[in-house]
Design a protein around this ligand. Structure first.
Ligand code: PLP
Length: 388
């Protein structure tokens, strides 16, 4: 028993420390981390650049509030907008908050054009967070049930269905934006088709809608480019990110460009410690390390190595329906539900996750090397062969 609200079904393990792709529990047992705190620890555990940034900034200044200018926040906004090809940035403390900023931005953009009840198109099986607005945008009834009334102003569309978007455009003059994950994470590592996203971009242009991409999970090098859309040949208007940006310190960002860049003005959004000196110093260290150590390229190469290793294992491959995803965001769909593999993995010293019931989800640190990637793939193949 603990004094915690019982909001999580936790595994029976407590970690005491970590190093690189490995975690150690309180009994000293070692685990290979194939999930990185749900895609957060892109640089692995106890990365020296992150530790140094925390130490150095904590020694100087942790928090001042957004009543004042913050040097590291301005620097991180500059770095992020530059890598994203965006113009402006707002910092919150989580992925849900990054999406809340995007939702508010889209609504205000609508009101500025005289649309009284602006609506945002969201997709089936989407995950955008657990706050009221973001759970309303999420396409999963389990996450919404019991929390009605939901926030209004979202229109649900099937994934990869361009005609459905065109129909919504024809029937709903109040739409102001589309919000979508380039690769659905919680939904089961399901990439949207590049053609579909390209068509969505075109419809947004025709209709004056904002294309808003939720890169909370796909961003910060995870899929082999800094943001997943950078492989697609077009630009969104709004990008949200969080998980991998702080490597574990709480930070989220909403980036905007073009017509979206200057929508939010003074007093229209805020967060007491969003983008404080500490988390932004860490975000800068994370971004610099991703660039200096070429971790986007490593994510591509190691993702391919893990996929190839799994496919080469005929016993495991026979039980795999499909391997989806990109870079180090991988979903291995099996022929049947496989939730129990999480505990089996833990028993075997391997941390993995299962999404959408039948899909093993891997989000290892971007720093993973060849031998560690082979170890991860072999461990997953063993689990699949032995238990499914
Ligand atoms: C994790 C996630 C969120 C929510 O992030 P929190 O930090 O848990 O609020 C939103 N969108 C996507 C795509 C995510 O993967």
């Amino acid at each position: 028993m603990t004094a915690l609200m019982q909001t999580y079904a936790r595994l029976p393990v407590t970690f005491s420390h970590g190093e690189g792709v490995y975690l150690y529990d309180t009994d000293g047992r070692r685990y290979l981390d194939g999930i990185s705190g749900i895609g957060v620890n892109g640089l692995g555990h106890a990365h020296p650049a992150v530790t140094a940034a925390i130490r150095e900034q904590a020694d100087k200044l942790v928090h001042t509030s957004n009543l004042y200018r913050i040097e590291t926040q301005e620097q991180l906004a500059e770095a992020l907008t530059q890598v994203a090809g965006m113009e402006s940035c707002f910092f919150g403390n989580s992925g849900a908050e990054a999406n809340e900023a995007a939702i508010k931005l889209a609504r205000l953009y609508g009101h500025q054009q005289g649309i009284q009840k602006p609506a945002i198109v969201v997709l089936e099986d989407a995950f955008h967070g657990r706050t009221l607005a973001t759970l309303s945008a999420t396409g999963n009834r389990k996450i919404q049930a019991g929390f009605e009334p939901l926030v209004a102003g979202f229109i649900r569309a099937p994934c990869n269905d361009v005609n459905a978007l065109r129909q919504i455009a024809a029937n709903n003059p109040d739409v102001v934006a589309i919000l979508a994950e380039p690769i659905q994470g919680e939904g089961g590592v399901k990439p949207l088709q590049p053609d579909y996203l390209q068509a969505a971009r075109q419809i947004c242009d025709e209709q004056n809608w904002l294309l808003m991409l939720d890169e909370v999970q796909t961003g910060n090098g995870r899929t082999g480019t800094y943001f997943a859309y950078q492989d697609l040949g077009f630009m969104p208007d709004v990008v949200t990110t969080a998980k991998g940006l702080g490597n574990g310190v709480p930070i989220g960002a909403c980036l905007a460009g073009g017509p979206a860049a200057q929508v939010l003005g003074a007093g229209q959004h805020g967060s007491t410690y969003g983008g404080n000196p500490l988390v932004c110093a860490v975000g800068l260290a994370v971004m610099n390390t991703i660039r200096d150590q070429r971790l986007c390229a490593n994510a591509s190469a190691m993702g391919q190595l893990i996929t190839d290793t799994l496919r080469a294992d005929s016993g495991a491959a026979a039980r795999i329906t499909e391997i989806r995803g990109k870079g180090l965001m991988l979903g291995i769909e099996l022929q049947r539900d496989c939730g129990e593999l999480v505990q089996r993995g833990l028993d075997a010293g391997l941390l993995i996750n299962v999404a959408a019931g039948n899909t093993v989800r891997l989000l290892p640190p971007l720093t993973i090397n060849k031998s560690e990637a082979r170890e991860l793939a072999a461990g997953v193949a063993d689990l699949i062969r032995a238990h499914t």
